[in-house]
Design a protein. Structure first.
Length: 438
């Protein structure tokens, strides 16, 4: 198997006065000569050695080499000519637009961030007007190399196509660039050795109950609220008392900030008696606009229960510097993962020692053990979005599709509830067939 070409330095020529011309970067790419023997093609990169321009050209050549099945680039990879803003400058303006457009959806912002990273790394200094379909295919090769699944790769490429559409509408790139990148075809099943993604499955109640002893009161309540309402993780972490309408027997929470707010859609959570009782337990001592579930409260409660600490008040300033007033989706997910690791500790050689920190634990493991630990944790961890799948699946089976659609916040006539969130009742079908056979 061909090794990955390294970025190397070619010293400059010696001048008559004893000085040298600037050195430049190059790489030797494995190739097959016309006579069938193995050889190397040396590719020199534009700009001085270790400059941004030279490094970007190296990464472009490397991505092209990977994308062509590890065949040497046909020509030196250099940034093509053009005028106007660079890719990096267009990305800077587009990111401001994304932060405004998706202010209530951190996950949407993260999708864009992951999509533009290789684009910026490979073509940041390239004039945006010179960007081509071939360049976009080079970026896609980076996604393939990273091991992303097919739907993730296609989704990120569509984000980049939308980026150039946005830039063309504002005169940052010619419309010819927009039309060129639009022609890229999505990767079809089985192409380029790209793996298929796995569908998100509902988490079982048994797994939820297994981690409950290791959760804070706040995180446990958010889990229960998701199971009772079918809400998204981002819809429960920041819920406030002022969001609630308590004038009717069934309370409702109209969320000002949610995933589809920028589309003009309304999101309402409907709360039964159990959900009402759950929220009321966190009402004491909070202003109407304070988040009901606060990591600061959870830390104070954990500190008060810890036998190794002195039972004294924690200084407010110390807590405020390290913890936000409400959970983020990432913090919520990590809290669940920590509980999963405690409920299902790794065994054998990869077991964590008593009192060992996470950093020391990972540093002690060799690469093979870390990979084994990664597999173990992937098998025994679950995420907050699986709670929504579990809740809507149960609602669909118990109360029907329309009930699940409304609780899930999907538009009238939408098939998303059944297509994405409802898990097929395979076991129910098997039981029915078994009964018929009996």
């Amino acid at each position: 198997m061909a090794h990955t070409p390294k970025y190397r330095e070619q010293p400059g020529n010696l001048n008559a006065d004893g000085t040298r011309t600037p050195s430049r970067g190059f790489s030797d790419f494995p190739t097959i000569k016309p006579d069938g023997t193995k050889g190397y093609r040396r590719v020199y990169f534009p700009g001085n050695h270790n400059s941004t321009e030279s490094r970007e050209a190296y990464h472009r050549a490397l991505a092209e080499w990977e994308g062509q099945g590890r065949k040497a680039p046909a020509k030196p990879a250099a940034a093509t000519g053009g005028t106007g803003p660079s890719i990096a400058e267009v990305l800077r303006d587009y990111w401001r637009h994304v932060q405004t457009e998706h202010v209530n959806s951190p996950s949407a912002q993260e999708h864009v961030r992951q999509a533009v990273r290789p684009l910026n790394r490979l073509f940041g200094t390239t004039p945006a007007a010179a960007f081509t379909l071939r360049d976009l295919e080079t970026v896609r090769a980076e996604f393939i190399k990273a091991g992303n699944c097919r739907t993730t790769i296609n989704g990120r490429i569509q984000i980049l196509v939308a980026l150039f559409k946005w830039a063309a509408a504002r005169g940052l790139v010619p419309k010819s660039v927009r039309d060129d990148v639009r022609d890229i075809e999505p990767i079809k099943r089985g192409r380029f050795g790209v793996r298929e993604g796995k569908k998100v499955r509902p988490v079982s109640r048994e797994l939820v109950e297994a981690v409950r002893p290791f959760l804070s009161r706040q995180v446990a309540a958010m889990i229960d609220l998701q199971l009772l309402t079918g809400a998204r993780p981002g819809e429960v972490v920041g819920i406030r008392w002022c969001d609630l309408d308590t004038s009717e027997p069934v309370w409702s929470a109209r969320l000002a900030e949610h995933k589809n707010a920028h589309r003009g859609m309304e999101r309402v959570l409907f709360l039964n008696g159990e959900a009402q009782s759950l929220l009321s337990r966190f009402r004491f001592g909070k202003a109407d606009n304070d988040p009901l579930f606060s990591p600061r409260d959870a830390e104070r409660e954990r500190y008060a229960k810890c036998d190794t600490h002195r039972h004294q008040a924690v200084p407010e300033a110390k807590t405020a510097r390290t913890l936000r007033p409400c959970y983020g989706v990432d913090e919520y997910r990590k809290a669940i993962w920590r509980a999963c690791d405690q409920a299902f500790p790794a065994q054998g050689d990869i077991a964590k020692r008593e009192g060992e920190s996470e950093a020391a634990y990972l540093a002690r493991l060799n690469p093979a053990q870390r990979e084994e630990l990664k597999v173990w944790r992937k098998r025994h961890r679950w995420a907050p979005n699986q709670l929504r799948h579990a809740a809507l699946t149960e609602m669909h089976r118990t109360h029907g599709e329309e009930f699940a659609r409304i609780m899930g916040g999907h538009a009238p006539g939408s098939r998303v509830t059944c297509a994405v969130y409802v898990d097929p009742n395979v076991e129910g079908v098997k039981r029915t067939l078994a009964a018929q056979a009996g």
